[in-house]
Design a protein around this ligand. Structure first.
Ligand code: COA
Length: 383
């Protein structure tokens, strides 16, 4: 077969290109559905813990009670902030973006791993669980150090999500807050061949190691067209102005006016649109319900006003629907996280999906190496 590229076949951004099989998740944009290993994500979010979903994504089936107990024991044993990671984070300037902190932490975690060169399924499952257990401590510690607060030790009597909030804020979360956080972690865990997961698979396809794949994936997730959108959503809310004394209707009217002006200037509005879903993101209704609970819990109707105003104005002007980053932005804000911590929360959860894909890629590997069509100068020579 000729290797000379047919330029008619260029698929900019790989849009619409199917590059491989995956048994991990199924995104169906026609039915607006998302399945993790066959289970609708809404069912998992309503009835399972983050740990059960992580086990499902890695192993293919939900755990038995014995398997879950063993899995939880191992996850809880890996939650403390590793002294080396703490030292590395401490050496970074306080102004370092938390995504850069996460990326560095993932790399350091791998560099000193005793099985760094072992990419067997067994070793990768072990490394994936260790990284999943360790990242909340990094994210929580980094937010606390930027706030000038002392670190909070993990608790092994709490589940993954409850302990994460405990380490971030030093107090036990209310059930409404815990539920919304757990739902967000489950919805963020996996989403087929998105940009960061594909990055992880490309790195893995060279037979590089799991930590290199995750480190690269964090870099891909940082961008505002991908994970960084949840931060950008909240920045938009802040730009419009969050006014606690406003009613839902007043906030909605201001948000609509802001959106109309932004669209007139042809701005791209973060938190809206999706490469795959064109009629709405399957995960949004579940996260929006959790956000509604948070808004009721904190008594913040003005946040809902901004949310509804932007959504309605975008729908009327362009018919573009919100993606998952739209409800998670204000949800994380209400929970008390600083904006730059939002995407690291996404990292902590998506470690599961990335590493499941690393393991799957290695099971039937082929180097991922597309072609390009050259459009530079014609051949020329030195005088
Ligand atoms: N705000 C304004 N216009 C948008 C838009 C947005 N968020 N998302 C898409 N559009 C418009 C584009 O301007 C384009 O209009 P045009 O045909 O008049 O030029 C059209 O919709 C198609 O958009 P395009 O960027 O080509 O679609 P895509 O499939 O390549 O992009 C995203 C998908 C996610 C990159 C894009 O929707 C986006 O940038 N969204 C904002 C970032 C975001 O929220 N990312 C998180 C994704 S989960």
């Amino acid at each position: 077969m000729s290797q000379v590229p047919n330029t008619d076949e260029i698929k900019k951004g790989l849009a619409g290109v199917v590059v491989d099989y995956t048994a991990i998740s199924k995104v169906n944009p026609d039915s607006n559905s998302l399945l993790y290993r066959g289970y609708p994500v809404q069912e998992l979010a309503a009835r399972c813990s983050v740990e059960e979903v992580a086990y499902l994504l890695w192993h293919g089936d939900l755990p038995t009670p014995e398997q879950l107990a063993d899995f939880e024991r191992r996850e809880r044993a890996g939650r403390s902030l590793d002294p080396l990671l703490k030292h590395v984070v401490d050496e970074l300037p306080a102004g370092t973006h938390p995504m850069d902190v996460c990326r560095t932490a993932a790399s350091v975690h791998g560099a000193r791993h005793p099985k760094a060169e072992d990419s067997s399924r067994e070793a990768n499952l072990e490394k994936a669980l260790e990284l999943f257990a360790a990242m909340p401590a990094v994210v929580a510690y980094d937010q606390r150090r930027r706030r000038g607060q002392e670190p909070v030790e993990p608790r092994d009597d709490l589940g993954y999500a409850a302990n994460f909030l405990w380490m971030a804020f030093g107090e036990e979360a209310a059930p409404e807050v815990l539920h919304a956080f757990e739902v967000s972690m489950i919805l963020y865990a996996e989403h087929s061949f998105n940009a960061s997961t594909f990055t992880a698979r490309v790195v893995t396809s060279t037979l590089s190691d799991l930590h290199s794949a995750v480190t690269a994936a964090i870099g891909a997730l940082k961008g505002p067209l991908h994970g960084g959108a949840n931060e950008a959503v909240m920045e938009t809310f802040e730009k419009i102005g969050i006014r606690a004394d406003e009613t839902h209707e007043q906030a909605k009217a201001r948000a609509k006016a802001w959106m109309d002006a932004a669209l007139a200037e042809k701005k791209k509005i973060m938190g809206f649109g999706h490469r795959v879903y064109k009629h709405g993101d399957s995960r949004v209704p579940t996260m929006k319900a959790a956000l509604d609970d948070l808004i009721a819990f904190y008594g913040r109707p003005e946040i809902l006003g901004l949310y509804d105003g932007l959504e309605q104005a975008m729908d009327e002007a362009k018919g573009i629907k919100p993606n998952l980053d739209y409800p998670t932005g204000p949800a994380y804000h209400l929970m008390g996280f600083d904006i730059p911590t939002f995407t690291p929360l996404f990292v902590a959860s998506r470690i599961v999906g990335w590493t499941a894909h690393v393991i799957e890629q290695l099971e039937n590997n082929s180097l991922i190496r597309p072609l390009s069509a050259y459009n530079g100068p014609d051949e020329r020579h030195l005088d």
